[in-house]
Design a protein around this ligand. Structure first.
Ligand code: ZN
Length: 123
């Protein structure tokens, strides 16, 4: 007798339902499908016969591997961009410090000019 194990995770995150085939020729075989298959109109596309399960799982693993590689590449690009931005921020902070110092050094001069202008205005 066929077994419904191992449990296959469906695209919706639930365990797939294991059911015997409906055709006479496939009555002895189980297939795995979404729990909503044949119940709700919105069901996942997952539909795997038990004898194709290993092949299906291997395909899924390969697809996940490709996806993982893409995500790693995206991550590396992101890290690179982030370090560029960090360098830019550091540069701007240094520049800001220099400008603050320059501004502070001109403050007494500006004050002196203002005092002199005020004094000249009284005479
Ligand atoms: Zn599902």
């Amino acid at each position: 007798m066929a077994t419904v194990d191992p449990i296959l995770s469906c695209a919706c995150g639930r365990a797939c339902a294991g059911k015997p085939g409906s055709a006479v020729s496939r009555k002895h075989k189980f297939y795995f499908s979404c729990q909503s298959y044949g119940v709700h109109s919105r069901a996942c596309e997952v539909y795997v016969w038990e004898d194709e399960l290993e092949e299906y799982v291997q395909k899924r693993i390969r697809a996940a591997g490709v996806k993982l590689q893409e995500l790693r590449e995206d991550r590396d690009e992101f890290i690179e961009e982030l370090s560029d931005r960090t360098r830019e921020i550091k540069k701007l902070k240094r520049m800001n410090k220099v400008l603050q110092l320059a501004l502070a050094s001109t403050a007494p001069v500006a004050a002196l000019i203002a005092v002199m202008a005020a004094w000249a205005g009284h005479h």
